[in-house]
Design a protein around this ligand. Sequence first.
Ligand SMILES: NC(=O)c1ccc[n+]([C@@H]2O[C@H](COP(=O)([O-])OP(=O)(O)OC[C@H]3O[C@@H](n4cnc5c(N)ncnc54)[C@H](O)[C@@H]3O)[C@@H](O)[C@H]2O)c1
Length: 704
Amino acid sequence: MTDSIRFLLCAPDHYNVDYVINPWMEGNIHKSSSDRSVEQWYKLHKIIKEHAIVDLVTPQKGWPDMVFTANAGLVLANTVVLSRFFHKERQGEEPHFKEWFLNQGFIVHELPKDLPFEGAGDALLDREGRYLWAGYGFRSELDSHPLLAKWLDIEVLSLRLIDERFYHLDTCFCPLTGGYLLYYPPAFDSYSNRLIEMRVPSEKRILVAEADAVNFACNAVNINKTIIMNKVSDDLKLGLTTVGFLVIETPLSEFLKAGGAAKCLTLRVTEPIIPDNKAKVLVESRTIRMEGHLLDAGLINQALDLIVEGGGSFKVLNFNLGEQRQSTSLAEVKVSTPSHEVMEEIMSQLIDIGAVIPTEDVQDAKLEPIKQNGVAPDDFYVTTIYPTEVRIKGQWIRVQNQRMDGAIAITEVDGYIQAKCKVIRDLQIGEQAIIDIAGIRTIRKTESREKRNQEEFSFMSAGVSSERRVELVVEQVAWELRQIHDRGGKVVVTAGPVVIHTGGSKHLASLIHQGYVQALLGGNAIAVHDIEQSLMGTSLGVDMTQGVAVHGGHRHHLKTINIIRRCGSIAKAVENDVLTNGVMYECVKNNVPFVLAGSIRDDGPLPDTQMDLIKAQEEYAELLKGADMVLMLSTMLHSIGVGNMTPSGVKMVCVDINPAVVTKLSDRGSVESIGVVTDVGLFLSLLITQLEQLTRPYSFVAKV
Ligand SMILES: NC(=O)c1ccc[n+]([C@@H]2O[C@H](COP(=O)([O-])OP(=O)(O)OC[C@H]3O[C@@H](n4cnc5c(N)ncnc54)[C@H](O)[C@@H]3O)[C@@H](O)[C@H]2O)c1
């Protein structure tokens, strides 16, 4: 027996599974045998007594889980931080444990009432005493960790638990003598696993398989070279004995029904201080503010989810719903993370959804000079489609040319500061790029439910439209097109060859002819197949009136390319009366600019196809400027390209037969984009019919 080591235990006089506060308790209410639990507890008590001194706290009626003394508090030398239980079912244990510690002469620290922390269940000292591993995620709050560091003057390493079966750190993590660590890695998030690997060398890490983990092998009591646990596989036992440990198994099945085993049933109350250790905590906290129709737009849930999923925790400091239905709400949320790195990652995502740092905490944006043309600094801020402002020399400056996946370049000429969104390749020496996330805010329009429902694009609120809703969608798109047309606005169409194969050519040509389209973006194929249809009546060799493949038709598109190449360009083919109808013909005749961006699979290409992709991107961006609406018709490649270049606020309609493509393209988190899952030929034909109804008697049938 080791005289200097003491453990606190509590006899199982009132132990039972009376409620469900963890997955182990489910289905086990009142199913534990009191005789067997007493027998198992006394066996454990006897084993511990052979290795250390045992102190007892008096069990209390009505508090069945008091038997799990690991959750009484966290002890270091003569100081204890008492537990603040997360569940009310255990909160009544707190005064009894407090009394015991006071009677023993401990210095007692108590956390604020709304800051859960479950003692040595969620905080385990490295057995060399170098630092404290502290868990969070289910029972203890991350915000308790800085207080542990302060009160116990020790470095705290925060670990996030992600498997609810392992709700306390001591259910899946057990520091052992000699710097060894017994643990079950899948119970932790990737950041925590990285932290463990950084602190514990691989030869000292003893990994536990799931079969052992669910037998609570990690919920072990370690006294010098002895490890006491419920059950262990031969493999794990061998691993532990090989490095010099003696494993003692003692059945604790009755306590597993409540989600605890050897370690949970004990609290080591003698933990020496290592003199050189000083308080250090990596936990960082920041406050963010969000304003708008946060509930209607689902933004507050999105923000809280991304904090937790990113490995942080939050506290809502203030949530003002607004007095009336149309009022906006305001939320102030404190975000805590286990490290600066995790904070940066979460904050950048929060900024993207419109969160702002309260004015009093706002700093200027961080700038770093461009050192090589076309290369950004490592930590450059990646832009979104949302209007963005950056704070430079105390002034908020609106970023121009907003687009997704760019960098923000800052120039200053004669004291005039300009912020521009640029793709990496366009960055120039002499400019500075914004790095990090300080001094950046994005402006998100968060419409109220009422406003959403009034929007012409209200069907968006129900997500991607299904077939039965296509007609309604078409009606609304037609109405919108008509309005843009009447006020002299701009509609850009991006279209793939499927438009032609599905018989949509005449409808798209008609839209262009009637002035509903101000620019056309696509690839080589839309033009080739459109012109093939105009010249030969086929699209990819299929007769468009009969729907059958014509003899030798597979060469038609190559012959088409050859004819246009001979003319020199599509415009020249129109000029020479070689091309007399169709989509491309209407573009030329009506002065509708088009860009055909090349791709690796292009045949020919047509002389108009821009094979320099950087130029093609620039030409796309130019034609997209000032667009009110982008109509994306069955081309994943070109539509994704266009989506990345287009800032929020531009209405987008994406038509594709594949729901996955539609979801990807329309999921921009704004009400302006919608997806329509349908055949593009059908969509265009319905659209023309709707527009004819809106414009009668002026309807015109394009020459096709
Ligand atoms: N001969 C050629 O030169 C040639 C031929 C084909 C493609 N290309 C080039 O390859 C690139 C990619 O071509 P892409 O845009 O056709 O392919 P893509 O795969 O990017 O997009 C085609 C989209 O059409 C959808 N679709 C299929 N049938 C549909 C229907 N009936 N109604 C609605 N949507 C439907 C698909 O789900 C898909 O998302 C382009 O640059 C194109 O110019 C060149």
